[in-house]
Design a protein around this ligand. Sequence first.
Ligand SMILES: Cc1cc2nc3c(=O)[nH]c(=O)nc-3n(C[C@H](O)[C@H](O)[C@H](O)COP(=O)(O)OP(=O)(O)OC[C@H]3O[C@@H](n4cnc5c(N)ncnc54)[C@H](O)[C@@H]3O)c2cc1C
Length: 336
Amino acid sequence: MKTHISSLKEFNTFGIDVLANNFNKAKNEDEILHFLIENKCNPLILGGGSNILFKNNINKPILKIEIKGIQIIEENENSIYVSVGAGENWNDFVRWSLAKNYGGIENLSLIPGNVGSAPIQNIGAYGAELKDVFHSCRAISIDNKIIKTFIKDECNFTYRSSIFKEKLKNKYVISRVTFRLSKTNHVINSEYKPLKNLLNERGIITPTIQDISKLVIEIRTNKLPDPKKIGNCGSFFKNPIISNLKFKNLFKKFNTIPNYKISKNEVKIPAAWLIEECGFKGKIEGKTGTHKKHALVIVNNGGASGEEIYKFSQNIKKSVLKKFNILLEEEVNIFE
Ligand SMILES: Cc1cc2nc3c(=O)[nH]c(=O)nc-3n(C[C@H](O)[C@H](O)[C@H](O)COP(=O)(O)OP(=O)(O)OC[C@H]3O[C@@H](n4cnc5c(N)ncnc54)[C@H](O)[C@@H]3O)c2cc1C
């Protein structure tokens, strides 16, 4: 349904004040189909706007997905399969699952955004990823309007990516996502260091999924700025993954570089560390900058334009490339 709005400020957590002249909302699949038939050019699909940077006014049609509903579609003794509308708020869904004592998404508590966007970048936090609980999703092809169900194996989930961010980028509108959650014998995922440390500190030896969620929320609230107060999109860049050989050479020069072995041949480096080493932690430049507690979070200190934030991000990229010969890749989706 076409809606008369002009500014997109309240539709993106960076709080960028750009204009839109064709803004629509869809509350069901029929409304998505209707929109796609009416608007032939490539649209911009919008969820909660928590992983988007608008550089300029948006001249293409925008479709905000507002499909609601949480339905249990199958269950057995150990698991439930639950189908969730793409427009449900992610954290509301996490809270729903915890209230019913369904396990699997507690480590992903408090991640902003909507359920339909969660598979796009395979959201992840505190040692868990969406792919661990993803069963399938329904999506409508923008080109031929055919509805397809993608099962997990078809989604090519990798670190902060999926087929929807790569080969099928801007090709499908996700309408529903089905998850498989545990009903009993929950697998408690408490290996992530800050979480483990806090559990030890609190003397919690056998945590419940509710304990995990509570502590994840506590860590996140202390570490990350609330977008309602300071505009941001969480991590601006992905943590780079480099070869063992490249890491070995880097380590000769920078022997305090943190690193996590992720496969036989590859190592993940925290982007925040690289950015901090380049002197960007807490740096303020005009109306933008990085957060004082987290170098990976670029912030809008009030009234920054998308272009200003983008330029600042590119300066960070250039510095990291120059010092470490590592090219950072944006996690945030940038729209011209
Ligand atoms: C404070 C903060 C903390 C964050 N922490 C994390 C974190 O810990 N882990 C993490 O992974 N992410 C994190 N993020 C990033 C963000 O919350 C996630 O990427 C989230 O999934 C984005 O959801 P959204 O609905 O806001 O998507 P949007 O920003 O609206 O859209 C993101 C992308 O998905 C596309 N899209 C949206 N909906 C659909 C749909 N239905 N069908 C097809 N394409 C669609 C858009 O076109 C765009 O390219 C954080 C963000 C903030 C602000």
